[in-house]
Structures are given as structure tokens and as C-alpha cells.
Design a protein around this ligand. Structure first.
Ligand code: URA
Length: 211
């Protein structure tokens, strides 16, 4: 399948909170809180077409068939380390989901993404994977994370970022045209250091207060 799908989550609440979070004077605590809230709101869009099945329940008045999701079939795959800032908000909305982790670093010589950690639940062919990485910048780590994940043959894969650069979207969809990217905004471009402009700086540092 080749459709290069991009979904910009342009809900006013998401856009408002993104504006607050981008500002350079936002504290670590507020940055974390806003990212948590945005993750909850984005989860609503990302899971819009989640499969449901009917179960029989009793209301106080009568028996009925009513839809439920099987949250355990969803796996949030955190791309370390900034991806973890998205996780708790997503789990608030899909509490039964499983969680996987991918750790990648950029080799300073080759500039390629090198894997140092990978752990996902068993039974991936029965699960829908939602990859979490707030900054889709060059796209190299996103491509590597999804390539590695595809080797486990999940039933479906979606990629969720907060901000995406056009360069990163092109690189990502050249490699993975079948994976829909959800993002809150597509920014202008990358600078010479691979940072998104106007962006928000280093998401990991702002999330964890490491700079
Ligand atoms: N990673 C970040 O945290 N910020 C960017 O702008 C690009 C990559």
C-alpha cells in the first residue's frame, strides 16, 4: 500500500497548548504538563478508527449490545527518550495498552541511527502499534524505529509526532509510505544542526530539564 498519509491534528485545543509549549520561557514542569495534555487530545484522533466489538451488558433497565475496544491490542512504542513524554497521556486514554521501547543513537561518523535497545510485547501480529516520537526532524531515527518494528510484523503501524519538518516527512514516507503520520504541526524546515524551525528546541532537554 502506498498512500503517504499525513494527518495534522488541528483541533483548537491542541493548537493552543502547542503554542504555550513552544515558548522558550515555559518551565520544565509546564512543558511536561502541556505535552501530557496534548498526548491525551491527540490519542482521541489517533484511535478514531480503532476496532470495536460488541458485548452484552445490563443497564438498570434492560439488556443491550454495546461496543468496547480491546485496549490490550494496542502497543505504544516509545522512541527514547523524548517519546516517553507522550506516553502517560496516551495511557490515560487507553489504559490497557501495552508499551514497547526503541532506543537509537546517532553514530557521529556515519550519522546513521544505531539501535541500542528494543523491547516490544509478544504477539505483535495481533497488535496495532502506535509509535511515539515528538520531533520528526531529519526522519532518520523515525525510519530506523519503524523498520525495526516492522520486523515484528504488527497488524498496523501509526507514527505520532508533535512537530514534523517537511524534510523528515519526505524521508519517512520515502521509506514507509504505508505508515500514517499524525502530527500537531508541520513546521518550516530544519536548521544546519537538524533542529526544527521554528520548533521548540530539544524536546528531551525541555521535558527532562537536562539543559
Ligand atoms: N529533536 C528535537 O528535540 N528537536 C528538534 O528540533 C529536532 C530534533
Amino acid at each position: 500500500m502506498s498512500h503517504r498519509s499525513i494527518q495534522v491534528v488541528d483541533h483548537p485545543l491542541v493548537q493552543h497548548k502547542l503554542t504555550l509549549l513552544r515558548r522558550k520561557d515555559v518551565s520544565t514542569m509546564s512543558f511536561r504538563h502541556l505535552l501530557h495534555e496534548i498526548a491525551m487530545l491527540m490519542a482521541y484522533e489517533i484511535t478514531r478508527d480503532m476496532p470495536t466489538s460488541m458485548i452484552e451488558i445490563d443497564t438498570p433497565l434492560e439488556r443491550m449490545h454495546s461496543p468496547v475496544i480491546d485496549g490490550k491490542k494496542t502497543v505504544f512504542v516509545v522512541v527514547m527518550r523524548a517519546g516517553s513524554g507522550f506516553l502517560d497521556g496516551m495511557l490515560d486514554v487507553v489504559p490497557g495498552a501495552r508499551v514497547g521501547h526503541v532506543g537509537l543513537f546517532r553514530d557521529p561518523q556515519s550519522l546513521q541511527a544505531v539501535e541500542y535497545y528494543f523491547k516490544v510485547p509478544d504477539g505483535m501480529p495481533e497488535r496495532d502499534a502506535i509509535v511515539l516520537d515528538p520531533m520528526l526532524a531529519t526522519g532518520n531515527s523515525a525510519v530506523a524505529a519503524v523498520t525495526r518494528l516492522k520486523a515484528t510484523r504488527p497488524r498496523s503501524i501509526r507514527f505520532v509526532s508533535l512537530l514534523a519538518a517537511p524534510e523528515g516527512l519526505n524521508t519517512f514516507h520515502d521509506a514507509h509510505p504505508d505508515v500514517t503520520v499524525y502530527t500537531a504541526a508541520i513546521d518550516r524546515c530544519l536548521n544546519e544542526h537538524g533542529y526544527i524551525l521554528p520548533g521548540l528546541g530539544d524536546a528531551g532537554d525541555r521535558l527532562f530539564g537536562t539543559r
